[in-house]
Design a protein around this ligand. Structure first.
Ligand SMILES: [Zn+2]
Ligand SMILES: [Zn+2]
Ligand SMILES: [Zn+2]
Length: 427
């Protein structure tokens, strides 16, 4: 797989990956299975199979820990090797479920004890990963210290003292490595489903305007080019959501990854004004209301209330839709409407987000294309076939680059397009 890229020393940034030949947009330059991964747990996440990560409503629970869930016996069997010891630990701490990062580090430890080498370490190994422990703020270090305590309690059933740990394994280092190297695995709708480590991909450096993106097919990571990349140029991805003002992006990168971003977008403060467009007071007010809404959003019974709050805010707002706080409120209103089956209203909110999305997720971006597809699906569902056709075609052109022809979501999109075409012919 490593025929498109190679490890190199990136000036001022340590290790990096660069193209060994010129690449056009829409190429899968690397595919990787995770070293370890764990399904995200929490109210805000929809259920998924702990093995293949497919969503499902009728997943079977592991009879032992009642926490792990699977599509069927096949997935359960395939997952057992990685779940066996974790299962005993989970059983002992129930009904408490340790956080995602604690479970992930638990899995790393069991893996190290069992089968140290892994294909996902082709270019870079777990032991190569940076932990940045020395550079972390005291507050971050304290946080990691607490995680270590939680982990020790969680693993007690299998590991009673440090002599049973893999040799040379500092637990706090592992938490540091997880903090700055784990990837959030998203599903076809760009919803978070799991977290995993893909050590070779940790070589990729960050840019707020990257030339590559990462998408997932199940738990398999695909690194895809979204720009023309000349031979020898460094490959970059964005570690964070780019829809944040410059100072917020920079402080998150500093806090979590311990570096100051000096990409073109940060230096030129490109788009910074658009992101906070409109009256400053109103923008700040929108931001704090958004935080309140986010707190309520994941409690199902509150959906109507959340939608009501979003609508009240949007109705009284003088801000343009490209203001990112307002844009996030629009997004929230869109999701609430979809959950409540209010399709027409959903469409009107969705349509308002497309232009600003094209500004912030410019060129080929998976988040943007999923948003366009969402709007196209609503139009299709409402019987607006010519409009749906146009929207879905636009999604198709972008998705060919971001996801590629072989991705399963392209199959869904082709079916929708086909259905639009036949519905138009029928009328
Ligand atoms: Zn499955
Ligand atoms: Zn179990
Ligand atoms: Zn930047």
């Amino acid at each position: 797989m490593a025929g498109n890229l190679e490890k190199f020393q990136s000036p001022g940034r340590g290790n990096g990956l660069r193209a060994v030949r010129s690449l056009c947009p829409g190429v899968t330059v690397f595919k990787a299975e995770p070293y370890v991964y764990t399904v995200c747990h929490g109210k805000q996440y929809r259920a998924a199979c702990h093995h293949c990560l497919r969503r499902g409503t009728k997943l079977l629970r592991c009879s032992q820990c009642k926490f792990a869930r699977y599509c069927d016996v096949r997935c359960q069997k395939a997952a057992w090797e990685g779940h066996k010891r974790e299962c005993m630990c989970l059983k002992c701490v129930l009904p408490n479920i340790p956080t995602d990062s604690v479970r992930l580090v638990g899995r790393i430890i069991f893996k190290l004890l069992q089968s140290p080498d892994c294909d996902s370490e082709e270019l870079y190994s777990l032991s190569d990963l940076q932990s940045h422990i020395k550079e972390l703020s005291e507050e971050m270090k304290d946080g990691l210290g607490q995680l270590v305590t939680t982990l020790e309690l969680y693993l007690k059933n299998q590991i009673q003292d440090s002599s049973q740990l893999p040799p040379g394994c500092g637990i706090i280092e592992l938490f540091g490595k997880v903090t700055c190297n784990s990837f959030t695995i998203s599903d076809g709708e760009m919803q978070d489903v799991a977290v995993g480590l893909y050590p070779s991909m940790s070589l990729l450096n960050h840019s707020c305007d990257p030339n590559c993106v990462i998408v997932f097919e199940g738990r398999c990571l695909l690194l895809r080019t979204v720009k023309e990349i000349p031979k020898g140029e460094e490959l970059t991805i964005s570690y964070i959501d780019v829809m944040m003002p410059t100072h917020q992006r920079q402080s998150q990168l500093q806090r979590q990854y311990c570096f100051t971003c000096d990409c073109h977008q940060c230096l030129s403060r490109d788009k910074a004004e658009d992101m906070l467009a409109g009256d400053e007071q109103s923008s700040k007010k929108m931001e704090s209301s958004l935080a309140r809404i986010k707190g309520l959003q994941y409690q199902e019974s509150e959906e109507k209330e959340v939608l009501g709050m979003c609508k009240a805010l949007l109705n009284s707002s003088q801000l343009p839709d490209r203001n990112i706080h307002q844009l996030k409120v629009l997004d929230c209103a869109l999701d609430m409407c979809i959950n409540l089956g209010l399709w027409e209203e959903a469409l009107s909110f969705g349509l308002r987000t497309l232009q600003p999305y094209s500004l912030y997720y410019s060129n080929y971006h998976p988040v943007r294309v999923i948003q366009i597809m969402k709007v196209g699906k609503l139009q299709h569902y409402l019987g607006m076939f010519p409009e749906a056709m146009e929207t879905l075609k636009q999604a198709f052109d972008i998705m060919k680059v971001t996801h590629g022809d072989d991705h399963s979501i392209m199959k869904d999109l082709r079916e929708l397009l086909g259905d639009c075409a036949s519905s138009m012919n029928a009328t």
